[in-house]
Design a protein around this ligand. Structure first.
Ligand code: FEO
Length: 170
């Protein structure tokens, strides 16, 4: 059974993952409002992935006799100056999530909770991928800076992202 400390920390992580899903949906709406449907698609896929992350934690809680308690989600930002600023915000967000996952893993170690450690190893690997995806998009947008044709080409590339393939690999 999960310790009360771990239950509290996992509930906080579920909230952060759902807040991530909400934040990426706001980024998608920003791109929709600015006629960049491919970048909106990238963010919509990301938003769905975050919900999957939340549900992995949700299910682990149930499997281990814990109680999921959902908290409030703050309103996300919809206003960004450029596409690059959106992806920079995404990278910053992922860095915050990575720190939170690492702290959760450290707590699972301190609590001698081996199943939680195994479950969280998936998230540690996933965060490497999440940060890489945002960094790739940032690098590509920097290359396209000031060139509308290049931005539109990237929009097409990001539009090919699916749940399995990421921008840059799409
Ligand atoms: Fe679930 Fe993007 O961290």
């Amino acid at each position: 059974m999960l310790s009360p400390k771990l239950q509290t920390a996992i509930n906080a992580q579920i909230n952060l993952e759902l807040a991530s899903s909400y934040a990426y949906l706001a980024m998608a709406s920003h791109f929709d409002a600015n006629s960049l449907p491919g970048m909106s698609n990238w963010m919509r896929v990301q938003s769905e992935e975050e919900r999957v992350h939340a549900m992995k934690l949700y299910d682990h809680m149930g499997d281990r006799g814990g109680q999921v308690v959902l908290g409030a989600i703050p309103a996300p930002n919809h206003e960004f100056a450029t596409p690059l600023a959106v992806f920079e915000a995404a990278l910053h967000h992922e860095q915050v999530v990575t720190k939170s996952i690492h702290a959760l893993y450290a707590l699972a170690v301190a609590e001698n909770d081996y199943p939680a450690q195994v479950m969280l190893q998936w998230f540690i690997n996933e965060q490497v991928e999440e940060e890489k995806n945002a960094m790739t998009a940032i690098d590509q947008l920097k290359m396209a800076a000031g060139n509308p044709s290049a931005i539109l080409m990237l929009d097409q590339l990001f539009g090919a992202r699916t749940a399995e393939a990421t921008a840059g690999e799409a």
